[in-house]
Design a protein around this ligand. Sequence first.
Ligand code: CMP
Length: 144
Amino acid sequence: PTERTLVLLKPDAVARRLAGPILTRFEQKGLRIAALKLIQVTPELAKRHYAEHVQKPFYPMLESFITAGPTVALVLEGKSAISVVRGMMGPTNGRDAAPGTIRGDYGTSRQMNLVHGSDGPEAAAKEIAIYFQPHEVVDATEPL
Ligand code: CMP
């Protein structure tokens, strides 16, 4: 099915000038950009996005990291976009991520892992609504 997924190019990706190369990978795969913006994630936004992690011991570090600099937020659309993006990212920890994945090619960190992608349809709907107003998500299926 055609799906939408919320992707973040996290502050480490932007700081390392990897936003372009990572975006290029998604475009080359054939996913369509339905929404895109550069934002500063606030602590409030971080707590909404990471609601299931707020009580965990690593949360303070996660919040410091995700608010440390600009983040690119985007919505990608395509067939099975949610699982396709997750496969392209590789597992959470860059040390475990195979070459050819984004995390496998660009990092070795668990925390500074460059990219976020929604982990299921429910999360995607919730996360897209956190980052984008409905009118910011362009609904224009391409003919090709
Ligand atoms: P992500 O999958 O985008 O969302 C949750 C994030 O929490 C995850 O990326 C990691 O960056 C971070 N994370 C998950 N588990 C740990 C952990 N045990 N210690 C530190 N950070 C973690």
